[in-house]
Write a protein that binds this ligand. Structure first.
Ligand code: HEM
Length: 215
């Protein structure tokens, strides 16, 4: 069924498709990067376990204090923009950076490439969540170097829901379990091949061994 929300046509299947694969893909990439960077995993577990102090249920105001958790998720969204291509059709003739673009042209914006652009990001090829700790750059569509949710009127309407899901899930799994790669696999051997598609997920699903953490 299609509904009109603020003049935009959005169907229930748009919401379902837009909201499931994307969220799980971001979580899988976040865990991949944490397994590849054990020092960051350690720092994150210290932050989450310290703030929760043995409490099993995570509340909204606990998440507000988890600054490294938020930075890890932002860095994952920068480095692994899960919906890489945004599409727009120009409503009138425009000139962008010296290029004349006729009305009715479809423009494809590659948010994956923007997230890795060395002109926008220092050490763009490295996973460094700390870059966001003292930065006001956010993913809400106002900072054009970080647009994993798009920008403008058609940007993702599910940002709040997505972030709540990812923050709760990631905080919970790093609080309650310690994680390592299976069969003595080393961080540097972790296969990072991407599977291109509407969402860019891991080509091979991530395998990790969980050990329950004793509080
Ligand atoms: C990390 C998770 C998510 C990511 C990375 C993501 C990303 C995106 C992107 C890039 C777009 C296109 C925006 C544009 O063209 O400017 C989009 C659209 C959309 N997203 Fe999300 N999304 C996520 C989660 C969700 C969730 C949880 C929901 C619903 C509960 C949702 C619902 C939608 C819908 C309905 C659209 C179409 C909006 C329109 O056409 O106006 N998304 N999303």
């Amino acid at each position: 069924m299609h509904k009109e929300i603020a003049g935009l046509h959005i169907s229930e299947s748009d919401v379902f498709v837009g909201g499931t694969d994307t969220t799980s893909t971001v979580l899988e990439w976040a865990m991949t990067e944490l397994l590849r960077h054990p020092i960051i995993m350690d720092k994150l577990q210290n932050e989450v376990r310290g703030i929760l102090n043995g409490k099993q249920n995570i509340a909204d105001n606990d998440l507000e204090k988890m600054l490294l958790l938020k930075a890890v998720i932002k860095e994952t969204l920068r480095y692994h923009s899960s919906i890489p291509f945004l599409a727009r059709i120009t409503g009138q003739d425009v000139q962008i950076m010296g290029y004349d673009i006729a009305a009715g042209t479809m423009i494809i914006i590659n948010s994956w490439a923007i997230g890795r652009d060395p002109e926008s990001w220092e050490e763009s090829g490295k996973f460094q969540p700390e870059r966001f700790l003292n930065s006001s750059i956010d993913f809400k569509g106002l900072d054009f170097q970080l647009i994993p949710f798009g920008a403008g009127r058609r940007r993702c309407p599910g940002i709040g829901f997505a972030m709540a899901n990812i923050e709760f899930a990631l905080a919970s799994i790093v609080q309650k379990f310690d994680w390592k790669l299976p069969n003595g696999e080393k961080e540097e051997d972790l296969d990072m091949t991407e599977h291109p598609g509407i969402t860019v997920h891991r080509k091979k699903p991530l395998l990790a061994v969980a050990t329950q953490y004793c509080f």
